[in-house]
Design a protein around this ligand. Structure first.
Ligand code: ZN
Length: 77
């Protein structure tokens, strides 16, 4: 386990820690929160759009089936 000193309170801390357990100061710069949030929301939006397109495909497929059934019904009459 590697250790370092907290730049804020000088406590000895594990280098893997993102924040000092003694004073709460940030020890290492992690990814920017807004950046992470934007990326996650962007991925979510893409997935939602894919689901919408998939649903639209299903509806078009069902519509085609209904149209065929209607054509067959009209042909019988
Ligand atoms: Zn500290």
């Amino acid at each position: 386990m590697e250790v370092e000193f907290c730049p804020s309170c000088s406590a000895v801390v594990n280098t893997n820690y993102l924040y000092c357990p003694s004073c709460g100061a940030r020890l290492h710069k992690g990814p920017d929160f807004v950046e992470v949030l934007d990326r996650s929301l962007g991925a979510l939006e893409v997935r939602q759009n894919q689901q919408l397109l998939h649903r639209l495909d299903e509806m078009l497929c069902r519509l085609a089936t209904l149209e065929e059934a209607l054509d067959a019904f009209e042909a019988v009459r």
